[in-house]
Ligand binder design. Structure first.
Ligand SMILES: O=C(O)CCC(=O)C(=O)O
Ligand SMILES: [Fe+2]
Length: 518
C-alpha cells in the first residue's frame, strides 16, 4: 500500500523515473523505425517521379524491371509485415510488467482520491479552487487562502473524472456530482489525450446519472440530451431520457423534494462538526490565553536526570490534563526513530471487536519499535519515565509505535484506551491504557493537528515536542474528555511516535482512587 504513507510515496517517485527511462528507449527505437520507413518511402516515391515521366523507357532497362518486381514481391512485404513495432511495444510492456510490484495498485489510487475528498470536506475547501491548485475556504463570504503550496499544481479533467468515479463507485453521489462537474468543465476546454481514463461523454454520462441519484432529474435530463448530441446512437441514453421525462411528468403533480446535496453520513456524525472546526483553526487554542491556570515552566518532576536540563512544559488543558513537552527529542533522535521504523511500516490497524483491523477512519502506516531496534528507543523510554514518573517497560508500557501519514492521512476521533472488556488492548494483561505519550517526530507543512474534541482545542504538530495526557480517571474509568483525533495532513510528511502506558506497574506513582468522581 502506497497512499497511506509519505514514505511509500517517495518510493513511487523513483519507480516513475525508471518508467521514464523505459519510455525513452521505446521512443528512440520507434523514431528509428519510422525514420527507416520514411527512407523507404522517399526512395520509392522519388523513383516514381522519374518513372512517371517515361514509364516504358524506364522499365525497358532490365535492371529497373527486376528491381520493380523485387520491390513489389519482397521489399514492400518486408516493410508492411515488419514486426519491429510489436517488438518495441513488447519491450516497453515487459519493462513495465517487471516493475508492477513497486507500482501503486488500484486501492492506492482509490485511497489517494478519497484522501483528496477528505481534505475537501474536513477543511471545507472550495472545489473549483481546489482543482485549480488553490486551497481556499469561504470565510465571511469571501475566499481566504488556507494554505499556499510552495510548489504549485492543479488537476485536469481526467484527474477530476477519476476522483468522481471513485465516489460514484462507492455510491457517494454527493462527491461524484461535484467532481464530475469539474471534470465536464475541464474536459470541455481540452482535447482528449491518450493517457486519459475518461472523456467528456463519459463525464456527462456519469454526471447525469449522479444527478438522477441525488434527485435532480431536470439536470439529469438536460445533461443526457447534451450527451445525445455527442452519441446519437446510444440506446441507453435514449431510454434514460424517456425515464427522466416520465419521472418529471409524474413529479410535476407532487411536491419536489429538496435538492440540497448532503455529504454522506459518517460514523462520527455527532462529533464531525466540532472535529472539522478544530482542524480548521490551525491549532489555535484561545483557552490558553483566557485561563490563568494554564502556564509554561521548566519541569524536573524531581528527577535527578532533569535537574541540569529541565523539560520545557506547556500546560495545554487541565480537564483533561494535557501537557506539551517542548524539545523532548533532538532532531537527530527523531531521525533515528523514523529511519529505524521505515522498513517495518505497515498499514495501521484499530481495535475492532476482539481483533485488530484496518479502517477508513485511520489512514496511516505504523511500525512497533523494541529497545533493540536502536539505542535511541531505550533512551526515550528512560526520558519518558523521568518526566512522567511512569514505568514504561513492557508489559507495563507498549513498544514504541511509530506512525507515518500519507495523502490526507488522518485518525478520526477515538479513544486510545479500551472502551470494551473484550478489546485486544487487554492482551498484555496489564490493564487498560492509562496514559499516552505522543512524540511529534516531524513538523507538518499544513494540517495534521491533534484535536481534542470535547475539550475543544487542537495542537499543531510541533517538531520534536511530545504531548502527554491521562486516558483514565484515577478511579480507572475512561476519561471521555480525551476523545481526540489526528486531523488530515494537507501537505508534508507527518510522523508521530506513541508510547502507551498501562495501569499495572504504576501502583506507586499514580495514586488510584475509589472516588467515582476522581
Ligand atoms: O496523529 C495524531 O495527531 C494523533 C494520533 C493518535 O491519536 C494515535 O495514534 O492514537
Ligand atoms: Fe490516539
Amino acid at each position: 500500500e502506497m497512499f497511506t504513507s509519505m514514505m511509500s510515496l517517495n518510493r513511487a517517485v523513483f519507480a516513475e523515473r525508471q518508467l521514464i527511462d523505459h519510455l525513452q528507449t521505446y521512443i528512440e527505437d520507434e523514431v528509428q523505425r519510422l525514420n527507416d520507413i520514411k527512407r523507404f518511402f522517399s526512395k520509392v516515391s522519388s523513383l516514381h517521379n522519374q518513372i512517371s515521366n517515361e514509364p516504358s523507357a524506364t522499365i525497358a532497362n532490365p535492371l529497373a524491371a527486376f528491381k520493380l518486381v523485387k520491390r513489389l514481391k519482397s521489399e514492400w512485404p518486408n516493410v508492411v509485415h515488419n514486426i519491429e513495432a510489436q517488438d518495441n511495444i513488447n519491450t516497453l510492456r515487459e519493462g513495465y510488467g517487471k516493475m508492477e510490484g513497486s507500482l501503486p495498485r488500484l486501492e492506492d489510487l482509490q485511497g489517494a482520491a478519497q484522501g483528496l475528498m477528505r481534505l475537501q470536506d474536513v477543511y471545507d475547501l472550495r472545489i473549483d479552487r481546489f482543482v485549480q491548485g488553490l486551497f481556499q475556504q469561504i470565510t465571511h463570504g469571501s475566499p481566504v487562502d488556507f494554505y499556499n503550496p510552495p510548489v504549485f499544481d492543479s488537476l485536469s479533467g481526467d484527474d477530476c473524472f477519476f476522483v468522481g468515479k471513485v465516489a460514484y463507485d462507492l455510491k457517494d453521489y454527493y462527491h461524484s456530482v461535484l467532481w464530475f462537474e469539474e471534470a465536464v468543465r475541464l474536459f470541455r476546454g481540452t482535447e482528449w489525450s491518450l493517457e486519459n481514463e475518461g472523456s467528456l461523454e463519459d463525464a456527462l454520462d456519469h454526471l447525469a446519472f449522479s444527478h438522477f441519484k441525488t434527485g435532480n432529474i431536470t439536470y439529469a435530463l438536460s445533461l443526457s440530451q447534451e450527451l445525445l448530441v455527442h452519441d446519437p446512437m446510444n440506446t441507453r441514453i435514449h431510454l434514460n431520457i424517456q425515464k427522466y421525462e416520465k419521472l418529471l411528468h409524474e413529479s410535476s403533480t407532487v411536491a419536489t423534494p429538496s435538492l440540497a446535496l448532503k455529504r454522506p453520513g459518517s460514523t462520527y456524525l455527532k462529533t464531525r462538526n466540532v472535529y472539522e472546526k478544530l482542524c480548521q483553526t490551525k491549532g489555535s487554542q484561545p483557552r490558553l490565553y483566557e485561563n490563568p491556570r494554564l502556564f509554561c515552566d521548566y519541569y524536573t518532576n524531581g528527577s535527578p536526570g532533569l535537574v541540569l536540563q529541565p523539560m520545557k512544559r506547556e500546560l495545554i488543558s487541565l480537564q483533561p490534563y494535557v501537557v506539551l513537552f517542548h524539545d523532548f527529542v533532538t532532531r537527530t533522535e527523531a531521525q533515528h526513530i523514523r529511519e529505524s521504523a521505515a522498513p517495518g511500516l505497515r498499514r495501521s490497524v484499530v481495535a475492532s471487536g476482539i481483533n485488530q483491523a484496518t479502517a477508513e477512519y485511520r489512514i496511516s502506516k505504523s511500525a512497533w519499535l523494541k529497545d533493540s531496534a536502536h539505542e535511541v528507543v531505550g533512551k526515550l523510554d528512560r526520558r519518558i519515565t523521568m518526566v512522567t514518573g511512569l514505568n514504561v517497560q513492557p508489559p507495563y508500557g507498549e513498544y514504541l509505535q511509530v506512525v507515518n501519514y500519507g495523502i490526507g492521512g488522518h485518525y478520526e476521533p477515538h479513544f486510545d484506551h479500551a472502551t470494551s472488556d473484550s478489546s485486544p488492548l487487554y492482551r498484555l494483561k496489564t490493564g487498560n491504557r492509562l496514559a499516552t505519550f505522543m512524540i511529534y517526530l516531524s513538523s507538518v507543512e499544513a494540517g495534521g493537528f491533534t484535536a481534542f474534541i470535547y475539550s475543544n482545542f487542537s495542537v499543531p504538530a510541533t517538531e520534536n515536542s511530545a504531548l502527554f495526557w491521562w486516558n483514565l480517571h484515577k478511579n480507572g474509568q475512561g476519561n471521555v474528555d480525551t476523545l481526540h483525533a489526528g486531523c488530515p495532513v494537507i501537505a508534508g510528511d507527518k510522523w508521530v511516535a506513541n508510547k502507551w502506558v498501562h495501569e499495572y506497574g504504576q501502583e506507586f506513582t499514580r495514586r488510584c482512587s475509589l472516588n467515582p468522581r476522581e
